[in-house]
Design a protein around this ligand. Structure first.
Ligand code: SAM
Length: 270
């Protein structure tokens, strides 16, 4: 995969050279480079922003330096089709693990990191003739620039590329894969500061351990992210799963899981 990041603060992306992503680059699994749109500004001050039409606070990034920066990276695109252009924006679609898997399939990903009040909208419109444009938000809050969002998205995407993570099996049971959060994990010693790990994990019984982990996933997701439970297909849950969820007030109603008042018969305690 090739990744191009367009940013007026190229140094912000330096951490990508560390750890597993840096190793993937060294090993040739991943090619990553950063282009500064400011190098395409033509005036003496290398201006990349200007005041907004219609008035208002802040500055808007001028479209031409961004267009030239994008042209420079699409001209050298390894992709047979159009590259994907991710434009970080709090007004974008929320980035998820599912989208990370989609983007991990791409041959060429370009990220355009806005600053100030964002990039002139005509750049986004023009870019859609040259790339598959995806305005993407990291979450419902506002950052100063797209670079931090790109660090997070590039890490989430590239760790899914075969060969980047040492043990690909570790991806299979992670939070957000399969619609549930991950179960709690423990390591040695078995007793730490008078806290023992759950007995089941020492039993050596694979079936019991798998069931315990599944129960923990269901409890944790129901408590922390009930919205994720509502997205589950009840047809894919067994009786034990449904029993755990009923402790958190979930019932199957008209083919979907919905929260109702907890059933006192179900007890609790986990
Ligand atoms: C100060 S923000 C601009 C916010 C813009 N005025 C708005 O309200 O939608 C500057 C830049 O930070 C980035 N950014 C801010 N919040 C983000 C988020 N939640 N997800 C992704 N990028 C974000 C975008 O690149 C954005 O262009």
């Amino acid at each position: 995969m090739r990744i191009d990041v367009l940013s007026i603060f190229p140094e912000y992306l330096a951490p990508l050279e560390l750890s597993l992503i840096g190793k993937a680059m060294t090993e040739g699994v991943l090619e990553l480079s950063v282009t500064d749109p400011r190098s395409y500004a033509t005036d003496r001050h290398r201006t990349v922003d200007d005041t907004p039409y219609g008035g208002g606070a802040g500055m808007v990034m001028k479209p031409e330096p961004w267009a030239q920066a994008l042209e420079s990276v699409t001209a050298a695109s390894p992709s047979s089709g159009q590259p994907a252009l991710v434009v970080p924006s709090p007004a974008g679609e929320v980035f998820t693990q599912e989208i990370a898997y989609e983007l991990a399939e791409q041959e060429h990903l370009v990220f355009a990191c806005g600053r100030y009040e964002g990039i002139d909208e005509r750049f986004i419109e023009w870019a859609s003739d040259h790339a598959v444009v995806r305005p993407m938000s990291l979450g419902d809050y506002v950052l100063n620039g797209g670079e931090v969002a790109v660090l997070a998205m590039v890490e989430a995407v590239t760790r899914l590329i075969p060969g980047v993570i040492g043990n690909p099996e570790s991806l299979a049971e992670e939070s957000h894969t399969g619609g549930l959060l991950e179960y709690p994990v423990y390591t040695k010693p078995a007793v730490w500061r008078e806290r023992a790990i759950p007995d089941t994990l020492l039993s050596g019984h694979h079936g019991h351990i798998a069931r315990w982990r599944r129960d923990q996933q269901l409890h944790r997701t129901a408590q922390r992210r009930p919205d994720m439970i509502e997205q589950l297909d009840p047809a894919e849950l067994n009786t034990a799963d449904l029993s755990i969820l009923s402790e958190h007030g979930f019932r199957v109603i008209n083919g979907s899981l919905q929260v109702c008042a907890p059933d006192p018969e179900d007890g609790g305690g986990h």
